[in-house]
Design a protein around this ligand. Structure first.
Ligand code: HDL
Ligand code: ZN
Length: 420
């Protein structure tokens, strides 16, 4: 059965299809409620999101160390006063809070922070997760699991069973970006890594990885990398990637996700709000894609200036899946530019967005804001081909939208690539 969509119905049908499309959110910092306090939720967490901490410091004269001494609620009230009352909340992170409040049926016009707090406090974590994922139409939440974090590692070692809508990821920043110090943790945990990078050490690092893969069943292995990332090179990171990560990634058919371009803690006092961005070289990624054709790479980059190169590289290598408008790119102006660039160069063979949500409620705004932009880009692309007489059907629109927001990710995980 095929239903041709008339040109004057196209926009409304695409917007409706996108709005109703269930989402797989392939990169978040959310946790299933079984992870306890690691799951952040509610208005005070929304207001103290590190994006807003960075923004409030541009207006407030509070000493940063004094800000951190405030309670979470006091921090939230300071941010609310400065960024919402003293100045209009037009930044994307401020706007997001308002979108969340409105979506949950709160009276945004009242500006009554206490009433918002009362609303969120009225839900248990499980109720809050159910309500939020339903509202955001997020069907699968892919976590970022930091097993080098004591609290989280102990939850995993306790054999946690968690909500099946949530999926694990093995995040490896300390192993790859700080191996010199992480070695001692590996030894503490019973992995006899030596100071020398030899066969015995390689075997132990691999055993560490496979033990955690067996424990967590991660959808992919992930790391964030600096703009200076190079591979291959004479470094611990390069050796761990070459001798451990890439072989296991291929043996277990688990993609390696690289998030490239973050300059960590350029302003250390700001904590997570103190990270920055810089343009990276693509040579190392080119090398990996060419020399590891049966490995699968999920890649997003932080610099706007890297987007055209990354999108073009995805045309050269099918083992590269580009995804998301990451962090400082998760703003309408860049989501629009990047999505159109990707559609014009990759068609629908890409994953346009992830939320990167750190607070549960954020999936509501991050997806509603992005879906609107992605739908408009799609409408224009269908309109462009309609000019030549190509009449897209309702079923094809539904297929394309499901690919972009859901199937491309799961199909990429399942794919077994030939050797070239
Ligand atoms: O490394 C990452 O996964 C980044 O997304 C950081 O967590 C960053 O702080 C962030 O939340 N960006 O949105
Ligand atoms: Zn992230």
């Amino acid at each position: 059965m095929t239903t041709i969509i008339a040109q004057d119905q196209l926009a409304s049908f695409v917007r409706k299809t996108v709005a109703e499309q269930p989402v797989t959110d392939l990169h978040t910092h959310l946790y299933s409620p079984e992870f306890g306090g690691l799951l952040l939720r509610g208005i005070d967490e929304l207001l103290t999101y590190h994006y807003l901490v960075a923004e409030v410091m541009r207006w407030s004269d509070i000493a940063i160390e004094d800000f951190w001494k405030l309670s979470k609620q006091e921090q939230a009230e300071l941010i609310w006063q400065e960024l919402f009352i003293n100045h209009s909340p037009i930044s994307e992170a401020c706007r997001g809070v308002l979108t969340c409040l409105e979506a949950f049926g709160q009276d945004v016009g009242s500006r009554d922070l206490a009433s918002y707090r009362k609303f969120f406090d009225g839900m248990t974590p499980a109720e809050h997760v159910d309500a939020t994922l339903k509202l955001a139409k997020v069907e699968h939440v892919v976590m970022t699991n930091d097993i080098f974090n004591e609290e989280e590692r102990n939850i995993w070692l306790s054999g946690v069973k968690y909500d099946e809508r949530f999926h694990a990821v093995l995040r490896m920043d300390p192993l790859l970006n700080d191996y010199a110090n992480t070695k001692s943790s590996l030894r503490e945990w019973g992995y006899a890594v030596e100071d020398e990078w030899n066969e015995a050490t390689i075997a132990e690092v691999r055993r560490f990885l496979t033990d955690w893969i067996d424990r967590m069943n991660p959808l992919y292995m992930a790391v964030s990398l600096p703009p200076s990332f190079a591979f291959p090179e004479d470094s611990d990171r390069s050796r761990v990637i070459a001798d451990c990560i890439l072989p296991i990634s291929r043996e277990r058919n688990i993609p390696f996700a690289m998030m490239i371009g973050v300059k960590k803690r350029v302003h250390p006092a700001l904590g997570d709000a103190g990270d920055y961005v810089a343009k990276a070289g693509l040579e190392s990624l080119e090398h990996m894609l060419l020399h590891y054709p049966q490995n699968k790479f999920l890649v997003t980059m932080l610099s706007r200036e890297n987007q055209h190169e990354l999108t073009t590289l995805a045309r050269k290598f099918r083992n590269l899946m580009v995804f998301g408008c990451w962090w400082f790119l998760n703003n309408p102006v860049f989501i629009d530019e990047m999505t159109r660039m990707r559609m014009e160069m990759l068609g629908t063979s890409m994953i346009p967005q992830h939320s990167d949500a750190r607070v549960l409620d954020q999936v509501v705004y991050k997806w509603s804001h992005s879906k609107r932009i992605i739908a408009d880009a799609l409408i224009d692309k269908y309109t462009d081909i309609a000019v030549s007489g190509w009449q897209v059907t309702a079923e094809e629109i539904q297929r394309d939208v499901a690919d972009l927001f859901y199937n491309n990710f799961w199909n990429f995980l399942k794919r077994e690539l030939p050797g070239n």
